[in-house]
Design a protein around this ligand. Structure first.
Ligand code: FAD
Ligand code: NAD
Length: 464
């Protein structure tokens, strides 16, 4: 080991960092992982993916009872009551179990967990809790935090970020969500289901930027039908505290007369910003780009030899599974193996009801590159969706018109997050729409809608 303490030192124990550390250790490299939090798992396990899904699941169950949806299936529940404390306790328990599980995996794989804030001392050394460690390879996996919104300072009481929105001690009368992106719609849905009036204010003229145009239009229709009040093409410029919460100043995105809107609680969800503050990147010879990210090449190497970067701190989709796959690839490349991530095939899922999922190019992106064939199939014509009374949404396949190769798949359906895995795998193997259309799909499943959309690309669906 010469005078190196580690072969690999990972900064950040989110899905990128902890996975990189475990993979590096599995490959026989002496590995440490540093994190400033008390528990492992980063944003995703502590305050992101997992607790938000716990609240989405629990609130969905509550709404199934409270809205009469279960009664419509013949399941009558004599009295429904929200026990928010128990719901929170269940969320906390899930997070505790999973973050503790990572600590167990670190012990099993002999990854040293260094607790504290890490800062570079040089290009191959890092200081944590006043001790400096030298490593042959350093992987920066410091993730991201909520982006601030000028004029609307988060106070953790009436103006909150996503972490605050996971933990509200009571259902707000009127929750205003600033940002009609993934966090705004997921957490806005949680509190609407639990009884809040929820207004979503979005700067753009559609929700969910970056998603397929048809999906964005359908999402707007469905969320409005569910009772979210959508204020599109609107900007929040200012917030001031009031007796019962906050008064926001709104302006049309195109300019025009201001108006005021009162809220009991305001959730700021206008994006996330990479974590590089306090890392002393300059001591390692590193810099950030105009968006605050650390740039890497195709192999996740920064411009400094021996320093790698993965996940939310680098350019690309801020998704846990991208970070995980990059963590595995970085560890394998460090070990001299051919690690890689196909960034063209990274699925994304919004865990609302129905779920919204996509992989590959949107129709707009694909059509700008080549002539495309589109196949669409509505969930209302899918037998399993009918049987479950879950008929909102559609499957849309975008294929290259000349070759039939699938370029993108976009799904709105109750189980879209599960269905998209098949589409991602097909695309990874270079499938054509015909390959999907002639793959036998089990009946009755929502996945048959994918087969039908593929049949629509190559000719005609059967059930339409
Ligand atoms: P992170 O998970 O952010 O982890 C970085 C870790 O590094 C943190 O623990 C941080 O404390 C630590 N750290 C930072 N700087 C230092 C330092 N100098 N020294 C020591 N430690 C440091 N993505 C999905 O794919 N699916 C979802 O369902 C989903 N839901 C989400 C819900 C919410 C509410 C939020 C906020 C995010 C969600 N995301 C989801 C996004 C997902 O959480 C991130 O993309 C993912 O966590 C990024 O992983 P990462 O390893 O890059 O960084
Ligand atoms: P986002 O980028 O998804 O959405 C932010 C929205 O805020 C955009 O629609 C944007 O147009 C709007 N906006 C920006 N400034 C505004 C303003 N001044 N007034 C009104 N609207 C404004 O960001 P997010 O929802 O904060 O989520 C952050 C990241 O976390 C996302 O990139 C996402 O990848 C990740 N995430 C993923 C999941 C998931 O995979 N299910 C869940 C939560 C978060």
């Amino acid at each position: 080991m010469d005078d190196y303490d580690y072969d690999v030192l990972v900064i950040g124990a989110g899905p990128g960092g902890y996975v990189a550390a475990i993979r590096a250790a599995q490959l026989g490299l002496k590995t440490a992982c540093v994190d400033a939090r008390e528990t492992l798992g980063g944003t995703c396990l502590n305050v992101g993916c997992i607790p938000s899904k716990a609240m989405l699941h629990a609130s969905e169950k509550y709404e199934e009872v409270a809205s009469g949806a279960l009664a419509a299936l013949g399941v009558e529940v004599s009295a429904s009551r929200l026990n928010l404390d128990a719901m929170h306790a269940s969320r906390v328990n899930v997070v505790r179990g999973l973050t503790g599980g990572i600590a167990g995996l670190f012990r099993k794989n002999k990854v040293d967990w260094l607790k504290g804030h890490a800062a570079f001392a040089s290009a191959d050394s890092v200081t944590v809790a006043e001790k400096t460690y030298r490593a042959r390879n350093i992987i920066v996996a410091t993730g991201s935090t909520v982006a601030p919104l000028p004029g609307v300072a988060i106070d953790g009481k009436v103006i909150i970020d996503s972490t605050g929105a996971l933990e509200l001690p009571k259902v707000p009368g009127h929750l205003v969500v600033i940002g009609g992106g993934v966090i705004g719609l997921e957490l806005g849905s949680v509190w609407r289901r639990l009884g809040a009036h929820v207004t979503v204010i979005e700067y753009l003229d559609q929700l969910l930027p970056g998603m397929d145009g048809d999906v964005r239009k359908e999402a707007k229709k469905l969320f409005a039908k569910q009772g979210l009040i959508l204020r599109l093409s609107t900007r929040v410029t200012q917030a001031r505290e009031s007796a019962d919460g906050v008064i926001l100043t709104l302006t049309p995105a195109a300019g025009g007369a201001e108006e005021e809107l009162s809220a009991n609680i305001v959730l700021v969800a206008v994006g996330r910003t990479p974590n590089t503050r306090g890392l002393a990147l300059e001591k390692a010879g590193l810099a950030i780009n105009a968006c605050g990210q650390i740039e890497v090449d195709h192999d996740l190497r920064t411009r400094v030899n021996g320093i790698w970067a993965i996940g939310d701190v680098t350019p690309g989709a801020m998704l846990a599974h991208r970070a995980e796959d990059e963590g595995i690839a970085a560890a394998e490349l460090i070990a001299g193996q051919p690690g890689m991530v196909n960034h063209a095939v990274i699925p994304s899922v919004v865990y609302t009801t129905p779920e919204i999922a996509g992989v590959g190019l949107t129709e707009e992106e694909a059509a700008a590159r080549s002539k495309v064939s589109i196949g669409k199939f509505p969930m209302i014509a899918n037998s399993r969706a009918k049987a479950n009374h879950d008929t909102d949404g559609f499957v849309k396949i975008i294929a290259d018109a000349a070759t039939g190769r699938v370029l993108g798949v976009h799904i709105i359906a109750s189980v879209a997050g599960t269905m998209i895995a098949q589409a991602a795998q097909a695309m990874e193997f270079g499938a054509t729409a015909e390959d999907i259309a002639y793959t036998c799909h089990a009946h009755p499943t929502q996945s048959e809608a994918l087969k039908e959309a593929a049949l629509a690309v190559v000719g005609k669906p059967i059930h339409l």
